[in-house]
Design a protein around this ligand. Structure first.
Ligand code: UD1
Ligand code: UDP
Length: 361
């Protein structure tokens, strides 16, 4: 049995690592790296640190507009499918790499497997929402991380071959948490445990408007705590484009660094006083690490963390972030929202069964 995995962004590499480890026990996996992320600290470091197998194909797509980036990927993934003739194509999450892999497989009638299916923000202005809805609707086997995701799919009449296995990012967190403490120390970043806020910002809805980005950084500058911010290249470029870099550099409490490795990030998350983010993955890791999370968005697809009171949505254009952080005191991180840490194992086994039963597809 041959499964062709398509991935190419930082969060996808975090997800590929645990699944690939399990999947390769049973099937031949062909790994296609689209190269949507290409800086060493956005991609290469994840292959190295998480021991992800060397890609069989490096498509080297890089950055471009949505249409060009997705189109180039689609063309090249199709070529790989023609060459490899896989029994299934496996995609993760909601990026342009996800959609390109999904379209390529679906049009060639290759069974499509989607990990992280059923998430919805119900905000169609987000490119991620379009990618995940379209991918779910053409998938043949769908792995939902939560019951809520299963329910979202049911509402769209996607019922067959849907499995709630838990979240593969929880598997990754459990596997790597102790390793992170062993390998790195906060001294490297000149930080002390629980005496800083960890922040990440990269979503288009926050970065693609000068007003929005300025409001976010102004609110960071007004916080009493150190704000430690591994900066996504998209945000770095936008700050430069909007002429905001100097304003940000003048704020003494904002410490900007290049994106960090996954193990470094886990360490930084675990010791943060609170996390301020617009990242999907980081919202969940805050919960896994039992650290309060403030999400700078008007909605989230990871609703459970908000529902249990450990994550709070904040609109930086309308709310005083400093006040919100001061007042926000979540305490109960004990509910297992994202499975039992064995999502990858379950996914691998279900894929094998599915392929054995559906070899005619
Ligand atoms: C993409 C995903 C988003 C995900 C994020 C994870 C889409 C539509 N968006 O957003 O869902 O949350 O990845 O991080 O797929 N850049 C570099 N070096 C890199 C990569 C990007 O400089 O290695 C810069 C380029 O200026 C590029 C910009 O970042 O134009 C945006 O990159 P892109 O991959 O298009 O989208 P992300 O914002 O990273
Ligand atoms: N991450 C990392 N280094 C960083 C920022 C994030 O390793 O400097 C990790 C983070 O721990 C999580 C994943 O990248 O596992 C989340 O990716 P990102 O925020 O880019 O994307 P999203 O989850 O929003 O799609």
């Amino acid at each position: 049995m041959k499964v062709l995995t398509v991935a190419g962004t930082r969060p996808q590499l975090v997800k590929v690592a645990p699944v690939s480890r399990e999947l390769r026990k049973y099937v031949k996996e062909i790994l296609v790296n689209t190269g949507q992320h290409y800086d060493y600290n956005m991609a290469g470091i994840f292959f190295d640190e998480l021991h992800i197998p060397k890609p069989d194909y490096d498509l080297g797509i890089g950055s471009a507009s949505h249409g060009k980036q997705t189109g180039e990927m689609l063309k090249k993934i199709e070529e790989v499918i023609f060459q490899e003739k896989p029994d299934a194509v496996l995609v993760y999450g909601d990026t342009n790499s996800t959609l390109a892999g999904a379209l390529a497989a679906s049009k060639l009638h290759i069974p499509l497997i989607h990990v992280e299916a059923g998430l919805r923000s119900y905000n169609k202005k987000m490119p991620e929402e379009i990618n995940r809805v379209l991918t779910d609707h053409i998938s043949n086997l769908l792995f939902a991380p939560t019951e809520k995701a299963v329910e979202n799919l049911r509402k769209e009449s996607i019922i067959e071959n849907v499995f709630n296995v838990g979240d593969v990012m929880y598997d990754a967190f459990l596997y790597n948490s102790a390793l992170a403490e062993k390998k790195y120390s906060l001294k490297k970043f000149d930080l002390e445990s629980k005496k800083y806020l960890l922040a990440t910002i990269h979503r288009a809805e926050n970065t693609d408007s000068r007003e929005h980005l300025l409001a976010i950084f102004k609110s960071f500058a007004e916080l009493g705590d150190i704000v430690f911010l591994p900066l996504h290249p998209r945000t770095k470029h936008k700050l430069e484009e909007y002429g905001l870099t100097e304003i940000v550099q003048r704020a003494d409490n904002i410490k900007i660094v290049e994106p960090v490795s996954y193990l470094e990030m886990l360490l930084l998350e675990k010791h943060a006083k609170a996390i301020v983010t617009d990242s999907g993955g980081v919202q969940k890791e805050a919960y896994f690490a039992k650290v309060p999370c403030l999400t700078l968005r008007t909605e989230t697809e990871w609703v459970e963390t908000v529902e249990v009171g450990c994550n709070r949505l904040v609109n930086p254009l309308e709310e005083d972030l400093a006040k919100v952080i001061q007042q926000f005191q979540p305490t109960d991180f004990s509910i297992p929202l994202y499975g039992d840490g064995k999502a990858s194992e379950k996914i691998a086994k279900i894929i094998v069964n599915f392929l054995s039963e559906n070899s005619h597809l």
